[in-house]
Each structure stands twice: as C-alpha cells, then as structure tokens.
Design a protein around this ligand. Structure first.
Ligand code: MOS
Length: 798
C-alpha cells in the first residue's frame, strides 16, 4: 500500500487535501475537473449519430438466418391450479417449429416449490405458461390458441385492502423468500407471514438497536410538543421502457453453446440466470447487447420469456426472436409496487426532529420486498427513527427493482410529512430541512436551488397568484429532497490496447442501457492518454469481454470508470517503457497533448505525435488491464453509514392547478444533484431530465389498473396507461455539484436513480401550496384534485 493525496469536498464551496491508503501502482489523483482536458466536459455522445440515424442496433433489430418468432401463452386466470399443458395440436399448426412448456417460473416470491418440477399454480393474470416458435409472428399467435391447458380456477384477490383480510384467498400457502437484483428488491429475511401479509420487517438506522428505537419513538411521539400524523398512498407504476423486454436466442449445436442478443441492463446477469436455469456452464453462453432502450430495474435477468426463447431455439434447432409487446410488458415483467404508509413525526418547538415513525404496507403483487423505508432511515438527523414494512401479496404481476427501489414512494410520504410539519411549526420547509439535515451536498444544493428558483418570494398555501379568466388557475411551489447510495460493483474489469498504428481500444463487458456509458468511458481513457476522445474506440456489450457491472443501482460509472482509467494507465506505462527502450531515453517519457516528450542524453527530444511514437513499438500492441479496487479508505464520520456513502438531491417545483378541471401542470423544476465527479455534465443532465420527467409522470399520470372482479389488466397499453409526453414536460434547470470524496481513481458516483427520487413529493408539496388542500395519494389526477377542493369547501365527496 502507499499514500496518496486526494482532493476532498465540494468544488466551489470547500475543497481540501486528504491522504488515502491506496494499492501500489494506483494512478495519481485527478484534481477538480476544471484542471482536466476531457473529463468533466460536456462532450456529445460518441454514439449519438448512430442512435439518431437508426444505425444503432437494438435487440429487435437482430435478424439471424432462419430465425423464427416466439410468442408466449399466458394464463387468462389470476389464480388457478394448472393440471396439464398439451402443446401437441399447436405443433401441427402451419409454420410452427417448436412448442414448449415453461418448466419453472422466475420473478415471483419463492415459496420453495420452484424447482420441484413443473409449474402447477397460476398466481397472476398473464403468468407465462408455454410458448410457440413459428416462421411468422402471426403463425405463432395462431398456434397459441391450440395449446390445451387444464385450469382449476381458484378464488383470487387483486385489491390489497381485501388481500389483508383473514378471509382473503391466499397467494402463497408457504412462507416465501425473494432474491434481489443489482437494482434492489428482494427480501431474504425470515419474516412472519400470516395470510397474504408478510412482515413486519422492522428497521432502525444503521448501528442502532431496533427495540430501543421503537421505544424511544413511542416516548417522543407522546412527549413531542409538535407533531403530525398522516397516511399516504402510492400506486403501482410499470417501468414502461421505450424498448420492451426481449431477446434472440441461437444455439450452436455442434458446440452446444448458446448465443443470446438481449435487451438488458446486465449481460452477465442474463448469462448467469440462463446458465443456472438450463444447467449449463456460464462459459457456454454468450450474451450481446449493443444498445438497450431502457430498463429501469426490470431488465437484469433472462426472465421467463428468455428461458422460453432459449428452449424454443433448442427444440426448433433454429434461432428464435421473442420480444414482448406492450401489454405483456405491463402484465408480467415487473412494476414499482404500491404502498400505504402511515407517518408520525415529532419535533421540538424549534423544529428539531425528535421522532420519525413509518409503518405501512407494500403492494408488490406476487413479489416480495415492496419496502419504502430507506429514506426515513437515512435522510434526517433524528435521535429516534423506527420503520415497519410489510408486504401484502395479491394475485397480480410481481414487482421488480425500479429506479431507486422504495425511494420515490418513501420520499413522497416522508417529504410531504415534513412539509406538513413545517407548516405547523410556522417554519419555511427549507429552514426545517436545514435544521435537521446536515448532509453537506444537500445543504449546498438547498442553498443553490433556492437562489436559482427564487424560493424566498414564495407565498403561504393557497395565497399564490391566481391566473386564467376566472382566476381559476392557482400557482404554487414546493420542494422535496431525497437520497441514494454510492454503490460499487467489483465485477468491473477493463482492458486497454494501444496498437502500433496509434489507435486505442477500450474493452469492457458493461452495457449501455440508454445513459450513454461509452462516452464517459472514452473520456476517462482519453484523459489518461492525453488524446481526444475520437481516438478511443469503446467496445462493450459482450460477455466475452472482461466482466463489467450490471447497469443498475446507479453503480455503473462509479464502478467501471476507475477500472477503465487504471487499464489505460497500465497500458500507458507499458507503452512508455517500450518507447524508453526503443528510443534510448534517460527516463520514462511522458504523454502530453497527444505527443510523446522525453529526454535523451540530458536533452529534450523532438516531441513525437502519438501515432508516430506508437509506430516505433517493437510489438503489435501494448496492453493494460485493471479490475475495480474497493473504494479507498474513505472518511466515515460514523453517522448513517457515513455521509460519503450517501448521494443527495433537492428538487423545487412550480405547478399550476386548474381548480375547474382539476388538471395539474408542472411548470418548472429546479434540481440540485451530486454524483461525485460528473465525467460528462451533459449526460448527467440528461439523466436528471429523464428522472424528473419520469417523476412528473409518476406524480400525475401513471397507474396500473386491475379489474377487481376479474383480476385482469385494464390498461395494458400506453393509451390508457398514460406516461408523460413532451407537452407535460416542465422547464428543467439542473444545478450540478462536483463533490470529490477521494474514493477511487475517477471519484465518480451514479445519478440515474437519485434524479427521480424527490420529484413526485416536490410536486405534491407544490400542489398543496397552490390550492391549500393536501393530496396524499398518487397519482394526483384531476378527479383527486376536484375531490380535495370539494372537501375543502365542506362538500361531501360525490
Ligand atoms: Mo435499477 S432499479 O438498479 O435499474
């Protein structure tokens, strides 16, 4: 180990040098981005032209010789016993080359029966049962109708309130467990399970005793001079990625090897799930993803459709493409679970929090781990914090990790509760946060966003400007904040090759899910080699490359950029050593501004352009490899897992509420965020825009609706399931901190998830400020706004 001086702090606020213990051979620390040439610059995406021109190849673009089309048969019943699935008639249909029954079901909570033979219970409408591969998609659809399935239809429950009743039909007879994915979800704890209720899972901040915290919360709530209690509800949201789930599977029969082109955020997790499911070595599966049109947490594995495609391709001895349609997407590949959260806060008269209590239920269908307690456990400095979360199972499609799992729900409740408390204490919401939140990045973000927004001119609830002919439009403003975590995956490896012609290649098995990871990777390598990014060829999206991290949990750039930089550093050292020998230089030369500089016999040599220098190599190429080191011993002040491990985020929203129609329009959002060192501020901004747009959509429009009488999906499309469109997008202003923490050779954190966490809560607080009546349930539809206004006028609900 050796010692390294690293800059630590917020650039433009407070920056100091600290010393870290680092592995020998670690490259020197970069200073703030203003001192760098490629990193920290808003360069356009290197693959932008490919994307906008249609050259970029997505999974549905893959065509293989002799390729067949797969379609999935899904259960028309939300709950049934499955006796016999007979595909023999389907196999006789025109064009059909294979038909298979799904051996066991992935994606739902595991009651232990999964691997004990064929699937024999249906637990949600749309559950995959079997699949067919045919020469055309139409032939495949026609053949599905010929598959005979004997169902014993059973009573079901899709309404989470009914599911909680002791008389409700049970989703699981046995106690379940649930595996998580890179993006969260999952719940391994041995929890109590009675009927459809599993839990509570009891929580307290890290390092505190749960029982003592529970007691202390109860006492503080009784004693607190000031406080509030309220219950908040959030809906089920589907991921609605632009590109639906899908893959193309092809077997090499002589080698018994499988190649898969997948729309995924984890080529290695797709490989591993297929290997485990099919019982073949990981080395015999290759997964490729050039481009992916979004995942948001639901695209880590091969999924049931992926397994079916692999089985069909094997049975048909031909490649099979199986891409889900939008309805299947809403039905069966995951969602952000709904929730019902009761919050109690207590505070001293000066606004210092004395207790936070969150108790509630998560509604993840046939999936477990629908929690929301993360924000309450970590957002505020409060001596007593206690959380109870339970899953309520229903006969509906299971949850999946979804962009900051649990956090938008948790923050929607907690940050409205804080707003309600601020009002009772006659404190400005910003001031209440300042009193209770010492996170340095968020503190700075509050300061900078408030100034940019003009927060100080805010009026009290219902007192804002009235617009429109009749004064029917009310304006309001609100703020909310959130957190996410600086997470690192050590499955992050990179290789840099410098060729004799001066070309440079970076190879790493990461994948682009839409964030544009190729560009920051090129920037990091270019910075190290002192070249423009156009000189760097980035090759990703193939499990034959050095393993890369899954693109989830906001771990990607935090994990892979240090490996890329260190691989470039190692390749550079190899190049310089080679050239020192060839050119007979006194000491190791250097690369600067695309040129090699050095000394020979005490005198500087004529600077050699990079390509000319490489041409002097005696071997075809030099190579550098690196694997992600754990974060450098980081400062940890002992609180909440250490501030350095927490990412912030503060958003301020301005809305217009039409009191005649109930329509809410978000006019403007000012967002302050931190993600360590932003390698490419333009791409970070793009992530923040996306997070806010998805948050607006969550706040106002999205909701998966099931028919309580049939258990069927009512809005399996993007017409009745509305997501925000371009006219719904507010003016967005991003304020980006550069926060250095001295944790890795690039000091990067992720931004994909934190960007969406506070949005819905900020909008809800702004709606309250506009109309003076609070809406504690998502989505904030015109009907809910009108009902709230009616109750404000003392009218009973229609
Ligand atoms: Mo995410 S929910 O880790 O894609």
């Amino acid at each position: 180990m050796s010692k390294l001086d690293v800059p630590v702090g917020i650039v433009g606020a407070a920056l100091q040098d600290e010393q870290r213990e680092v592995p020998d051979g670690t490259p020197p620390a970069w200073r703030e981005s203003a001192s760098l040439k490629q990193v920290g610059k808003s360069l356009p995406r290197i693959d932008g032209a490919d994307k906008v021109s249609g050259r970029a190849r997505y999974t549905a673009d893959i065509v293989r010789p002799g390729m067949l089309h797969g379609k999935v048969l899904r259960s028309p019943h939300p709950h049934a016993r499955l006796h016999r699935v007979d595909v023999s008639e389907a196999l006789k249909m025109p064009g059909v080359k294979a038909a298979v029954v799904l051996p066991h079901l992935l994606g739902i909570a595991d009651d232990g029966s999964a691997k004990q033979g064929a699937v024999n219970v249906v637990r949600y409408y749309g559950q995959p049962v079997a699949a067919v591969a045919a020469q055309t998609p139409e032939q495949a659809v026609a053949a599905l109708a010929k598959i005979k399935v004997d169902y014993d239809v059973l009573p079901f429950v899709v309404d989470p309130n009914e599911a909680r009743l002791p008389t409700a039909p049970k989703v699981f007879e046995q106690a379940v467990t649930a595996r998580g994915s890179a993006g969260g979800g999952g719940s391994k704890d041995k929890l109590n399970q009675v009927g459809n209720v599993r839990g509570p899972k009891r929580g307290a901040p890290k390092g505190r005793d749960v029982d003592k915290q529970a007691q202390q919360v109860t006492q503080a709530l009784l004693a607190g001079p000031q406080g509030m209690r309220a219950t908040y509800k959030t809906q089920v949201q589907t991921h609605s990625a632009l590109e639906t789930h899908g893959l193309v599977a092809e077997w090499n029969r002589s080698l018994d090897e499988l190649t898969v082109w997948a729309s995924t955020q984890g080529i290695f997790s797709v490989r591993d799930e297929l290997a485990e499911y099919l019982g073949i070595p990981q080395s015999k599966i290759r997964v490729l993803t050039d481009y992916c049109g979004g995942g948001f947490g639901a695209k880590f594995g091969a999924g049931n459709y992926g397994v079916l495609a692999a089985l069909l391709a094997k049975a048909a001895a031909a490649p099979v493409r199986l891409v889900l349609d939008r309805r299947e997407e809403h039905l069966a590949v995951g969602n952000r679970p709904g929730s019902e959260q009761s919050i109690a806060l207590a505070a001293a008269a000066d606004g210092k929090l004395t207790a936070i209590e969150v108790k509630g239920f998560g509604f993840g269908g046939a999936g477990a781990g629908a929690g929301f307690g993360g924000p309450a456990l970590s957002l505020y400095d409060c001596p007593a914090v206690y959380v109870e979360e339970s899953d309520v199972f229903t006969h509906s499609g299971p949850l999946a990790a979804f962009r900051a799992p649990g956090h938008p729900q948790g923050v929607f409740a907690l940050e409205q509760a804080m707003d309600e408390l601020a009002e009772r204490l006659h404190l400005d919401p910003m001031a209440l946060r300042d009193k209770n939140d010492s996170h340095p990045a968020r503190r700075e973000e509050r300061k900078r966003t408030a100034a940019a927004f003009g927060w100080s001119s805010r009026t009290a609830a219902g007192q804002g400007p009235r617009l429109g002919k009749l004064g029917e439009i009310r304006r309001g403003t609100g703020m909310a904040q959130g957190l996410w975590y600086h997470l690192v995956s050590l499955d992050s490896n990179a290789e840099v090759r410098i060729h004799r012609d001066g070309s440079v290649e970076l190879l790493t098995g990461v994948q682009d899910i839409g964030g544009g990871v190729r560009t920051p990777l090129a920037q990091v390598v270019a910075e190290e080699l002192q070249l423009p990014i156009a000189k760097i060829k980035v090759t990703i999206g193939d499990t034959r490359l050095p393993p890369g991290p899954g693109s989830g949990g906001s771990v990607t750039t935090a994990s892979i950029t240090p490996a890329a930089r260190e691989a470039a550093y190692a390749a550079k050292l190899a190049l310089l050593k080679e050239l020192q020998g060839v050119l007979g230089l006194d000491k190791l030369p250097e690369l600067t501004d695309g040129k090699l500089v050095g000394e020979k016999a005490g005198k500087p040599i004529t600077a050699l352009p990079f390509a000319q220098a490489c041409a002097r190599m005696r071997r075809a190429e030099v190579l550098g490899t690196a694997t992600r080191q754990p974060d450098y011993g980081a400062p940890n002040n002992g609180k909440r897992g250490g501030f350095a491990a927490q990412l912030g985020g503060v958003q301020l929203a301005e809305v217009e509420v039409n009191t005649l129609t109930g329509v809410v329009k978000v006019i403007r959002v000012v967002a302050g965020h931190d993600c360590g060192r932003p390698v490419n501020p333009l791409l970070v901004q793009s992530q923040i825009h996306g997070g806010i747009i998805q948050g607006v959509s969550y706040a106002l429009f999205e909701e998966r609706r099931l028919d309580p009488r049939t258990g069927r999906l009512l809005n399996g499309n993007l017409e009745q399931y509305k997501i925000a469109g371009s006219l719904d997008v507010p003016k967005i202003e991003v304020i980006l901190l550069e926060e250095l923490r001295g944790r890795s050779s690039t000091d990067v954190s992720g931004i994909g998830e934190p960007a969406t966490v506070p949005t819905a809560a900020a909008i809800a607080n702004a709606v309250y400020n506009a109309i003076g009546v609070r809406i504690r349930e998502l989505p904030i539809t015109p009907a809910r706004v009108l009902a709230a206004l009616a109750s404000q006028r003392g009218e009973t609900k229609p």
